[in-house]
Structures are given as C-alpha cells and as structure tokens.
Design a binder for this molecule. Structure first.
Ligand code: C2E
Ligand code: MG
Ligand code: MG
Ligand code: MG
Length: 288
C-alpha cells in the first residue's frame, strides 16, 4: 500500500515537473516573439510628494499582453527572460520606450522636473554596452539625463562591486539618477553603500506593510531613514497603501511615496491624466 502511494506521489510529482518544464519552454518561445509582435507594454505608477501633495515622478513597470492569457505580470516572465538571455533585448526596449514616453509627456506639457524610473536587471547592468545604451536612448528621445532614474537592487551592485562602481560612476557623469530598489531586503554592507555613487534608497514594501504597528518594521524604517539622511541620499517608500503608513513615514522625514494609496500602475495615457489632475488640484488648492 505504501509503495503504491509512493508510486502515485512519484508519478504525480514527475508529471507536474514536466508540466512546469513544458510551460516554461512554451513561455520562453512566445516571449521570444513578444517583442516583434508588440505584446510588451509599460505601465506607470506615480511617485507622490506626500507633503506637498504633488506627483514628482513615476516608475515604468513592464507588462506582457500575451495573446492567450490575461495581462502577464513581470514576476511571471522576467525570470524566464533572465535565464534565456531575452532580458537584453527586452531591457533595451524598456529603456528606449521610457525615454520616448518622457519625450512625449514633456511635449504635452509635463514638467521636465518629473523623473521617471526604469527597473534594471542584473544581466542588463553588467552588459558591456549598458551605459552607451542608456546614452543612446536619451539622445534618440532628446531628453535630459536628469529626467531618467534607474532602479537597481542591492545584490546586483554587491555581487560585482568593482564593475558596478565603474558603471555607477559613468551613469553619474552622464547625469542619470540611480536608486537602490527593495532596499533592506538584500545584505548591503554599509561601507559599500558609502562608496557607491547612488542618488536614492527605496524602502521595500515588506517594511512598509505593517507600519506603524509592527515594532520591528518601525525600527527598520527609522534606521533606513536615518541612514539616508546621514549619507545625504533621497529616500522613497514603496507599497504605501493607507494613511497611517503615510503619516508615520512623513513624521520620520520620508516625504516621497509610491503605492496604491495614491495610484495603481496604469497605461501611459492614464498616468498622464492622473498627473495632470492631481497636480492641477494641488496647484489650485494652494494658489491664493
Ligand atoms: P519593483 O520594482 O519593486 O516594483 C514595485 C512593485 O510593487 C510593482 O509590481 C508594483 O505594482 C507593486 N506595488 C506598488 N505599490 C504597491 C502597493 O501599494 N501595494 C502592493 N501590494 N503592491 C504595490 P509589479 O509591477 O508586478 O512589478 C514587480 C517587479 O517586477 C518589480 O518590482 C521589478 O522588480 C520587476 N519589473 C517590473 N518592470 C520591470 C522591467 O521593465 N524590467 C525589469 N528588469 N524588471 C521589472
Ligand atoms: Mg522598481
Ligand atoms: Mg521596489
Ligand atoms: Mg519591491
């Protein structure tokens, strides 16, 4: 009986493994064609200055309009893209598209002070021509480097510190801003942090979620805010979903937030309308 059961378990297991492997291969093949078929698109989520009640920027978040599936989230295909090398052409497409989008928004009247960020993958950062690609995307779109921010992760920077340092210096010389995304979830050595020329720390959502009730998260966010202040880095909190979190962060000196409390990622035109409304509303409220 036990053996029978064991066999069943084994069969079930191997079947599901095959299914997973098959699904991955199928995904990889259709992802390969997604770029040519124009199935990738960028959503944008607002970054809000909670103090001044103004949208000060946004983040580009990739989506895949798969012909047979609902809109596919990046967590479902970025890992496949990374493994297969498809991340390189996809990342280049993201950079070019974000820069062209900034150009279009500026033509429609959005302030050049609005900074839009793009997520960078580990493979992309360590491509030999990476900074050149960024420069080309900026030139092609005709936008100032200061309008673009690149979100990197701790592990990306610390796994190859020397290379990362060179790239970060080049980006800084170019005028492009950089942020450490999901800050606190990696294992940043504080001494490296001091050496790395970055502009911003982005507090991960997992520390924000249970603010202000969870004592550990209070301690962690307070420490990150103190660190940012000591190193003169900008700071933003991600995943702000309610007023209590917003108030705690503001009291601690973190004025910029990204989260569902203010805005959910949306297509480019909706983002534009949101910004126009939100910033117009605060302008007319404060204009006296
Ligand atoms: P991330 O860069 O940390 O992006 C923030 C994620 O948190 C986004 O998920 C966003 O929709 C979500 N989020 C924002 N505010 C809230 C909130 O208040 N509550 C909750 N529950 N979630 C919130 P998304 O769009 O699914 O992206 C997931 C991750 O995929 C991103 O994490 C980023 O690491 C990666 N990603 C997205 N776009 C790109 C891209 O163009 N290139 C690369 N390499 N990675 C990307
Ligand atoms: Mg990000
Ligand atoms: Mg993040
Ligand atoms: Mg995150």
């Amino acid at each position: 009986h036990a053996r029978e059961q064991g066999q069943n378990t084994y069969q079930y297991f191997s079947k599901s493994l095959n299914a997973v492997a098959f699904q991955k291969l199928a995904m990889e093949n259709s992802l390969r064609r997604a770029l040519d078929r124009d199935e990738l698109l960028l959503f944008y989520q607002a970054k809000v200055d909670m103090h001044r009640q103004r949208v000060v920027g946004g983040e580009a978040l990739i989506r895949w309009r798969h012909p047979d599936l609902a809109l596919v989230a990046p967590s479902q295909f970025i890992p496949i893209a990374e493994e297969s090398g498809l991340i390189v052409p996809i990342s280049n497409w993201v950079l070019e598209t974000v820069c062209l989008q900034i150009r279009e928004w500026q033509d429609r009247g959005i302030s050049p002070a609005m900074v839009i960020s793009a997520n960078v993958s580990a493979n992309q950062l360590h491509q030999p021509g990476f900074v050149g690609h960024v420069r080309n995307a900026l030139t092609q779109a005709g936008i100032a480097p200061e309008c673009l921010k690149l979100e990197l992760t701790e592990s990306m920077l610390l796994d190859h510190v020397d290379e990362a340092l060179v790239t970060l210096r080049e980006l800084r010389a170019l005028g492009v801003k950089t942020s450490i995304d999901d800050f606190g979830t990696g294992y940043s050595s504080l001494s490296y942090l001091k050496k790395l020329p970055i502009s911003e720390l982005k507090i991960d959502r997992c520390f924000v979620r249970d603010l202000p009730d969870n004592e550990d998260d209070v301690a962690i966010t307070t420490a990150i805010l103190a660190l940012a202040r000591a190193l003169s880095l900008d700071v933003i909190a991600e995943g702000v979903e309610n007023q209590a979190q917003a108030e705690f962060l503001m009291a601690g000196g973190c004025h910029i937030a990204q989260g569902f409390l203010y805005h959910k990622p949306a297509p480019a035109d909706e983002f534009f309308d949101f910004v126009a409304h939100f910033n117009q509303a605060t302008l007319s409220n404060s204009g006296r």
